[in-house]
Design a protein around this ligand. Structure first.
Ligand SMILES: [Zn+2]
Length: 279
C-alpha cells in the first residue's frame, strides 16, 4: 500500500510529464472507485492545462487552469502508468486515461478500486471532505515535538496505532511507522500518551528522516520517477525492520542478547520490532 514517500514519487513523476502541458484527451472508464467519479470528468479535463501539483498526506492534487484540482488517491493497489500516446486498448482495471499535447499517455490502474478520483475547486482543496480532517504534514515544521506531544495527551492507544491515525499526522502507513519507531527506540506497544519529552524528541526527527531518506531513494533509483515498465513511483528500499522477522536487528550484539526482529499483529497489521532496542 503506497505511503507518503511512494505517493510523493508518483506525484513527481506526474509533474515531470504533465506540468505546463495541456490535456488533449481524457476519459474515465467507470462511474466510481471507492467514491463516485465526477460525471463528465473526461470532458471537463479535456483541453485543460496542468498548472502544478501538490501532495497532501497520501493524496495527489493536480491543479488545472480552469480553477479546479483533480484529487487522486492510489488506495491499496493503485498505479500510474506512463507511456507514449497512441495505444487505444485499455489496460485491465485502467479507470482513468489522460493524454497530453506532448504525446504522453497516463493511465490510472486500480484493481481493488480503493483509490479515488475527484474534482475540487483549487481555492478550496483543504476543505474537501477527504482532506479536511488530516493532521499536519510530517515533513512540515508544523509537525514538531510540541505538536505531536500535544496531540497524544490522554491517548491510551498504542503509539503504532496513533501514528497510523491520519488525524494525528498525515501520510504515514505501516512500513514507515515500524521503521521510525525502531530508529527512535520506542516500543510499538507503548501507550501513546507516554510519548512526550525525550521520547517525542527522538521520535519526531526519526519520522522526518525515515520519510526524507525514502523519498531520496525514489528520486535516485528512478529516472524521472518512472520504472522501466512505465510505472510511476515505487522503488526498492532496504528496510531496517519491516519484513525482516527473525533477522538480527543490526543494533544489538546478536544472540543470545537479542532474539532478532519480532513480528506482532496490531489492529490487523504486522508490526516488526526489536524488543531489546525498542522500549
Ligand atoms: Zn535487536
Amino acid at each position: 500500500m503506497p505511503e507518503l514517500p511512494e505517493v510523493e514519487t508518483v506525484m513527481r513523476g506526474l509533474r515531470a510529464r504533465l506540468e505546463g502541458h495541456r490535456i488533449a484527451r481524457a476519459a474515465a472508464h467507470r462511474p466510481d472507485l471507492r467514491w463516485p467519479i465526477p460525471p463528465g470528468l473526461g470532458r471537463r479535463l479535456t483541453g485543460a492545462r496542468v498548472l502544478s501539483f501538490r501532495r497532501r498526506g497520501k493524496y495527489i492534487l493536480m491543479r488545472l487552469d480552469g480553477g479546479d484540482s483533480v484529487l487522486l488517491h492510489l488506495g491499496m493497489s493503485g498505479r500510474m502508468l506512463i507511456e507514449r500516446a497512441g495505444r487505444n486498448a485499455v489496460t485491465p482495471h485502467e479507470h482513468l486515461v489522460l493524454e497530453t499535447d506532448e504525446g504522453w499517455r497516463v493511465g490510472f490502474v486500480d484493481p481493488r478500486r480503493f483509490g479515488s478520483v475527484d474534482l475540487v475547486p483549487t481555492a478550496q482543496e483543504d476543505a474537501h471532505k477527504l482532506l479536511a480532517g488530516l493532521g499536519p504534514e510530517p515533513l512540515d515544521a508544523a509537525f514538531s515535538v510540541a505538536s505531536l506531544s500535544a496531540s497524544l495527551v490522554g491517548k491510551r492507544t498504542p503509539i503504532k496505532a496513533a501514528l497510523l491515525d491520519q488525524k494525528i499526522v498525515a501520510g504515514l502507513g505501516n512500513i514507515y511507522v515500524c521503521e521510525a519507531l525502531f530508529r527512535a527506540g520506542i516500543s510499538p506497544q507503548r501507550s501513546a500518551h507516554t510519548i512526550s519529552g525525550a521520547r517525542a524528541t527522538r521520535l519526531v526527527p526519526e519520522i522526518k528522516a525515515t520519510l526524507t531518506e525514502a523519498i531520496a531513494a525514489g528520486g535516485s533509483s528512478l529516472r524521472d520517477y518512472v520504472q522501466t515498465n512505465g510505472e510511476l513511483g515505487y522503488f526498492q528500499h532496504a528496510w531496517k525492520v519491516y519484513g525482516r522477522e527473525g533477522e538480527p536487528c543490526g543494533r544489538c550484539p546478536g544472540k543470545p542478547v537479542c532474539q532478532g526482529i519480532r513480528r506482532l499483529v496490531q489492529s490487523g497489521r504486522s508490526t516488526f520490532y526489536c524488543s531489546r532496542v525498542q522500549r
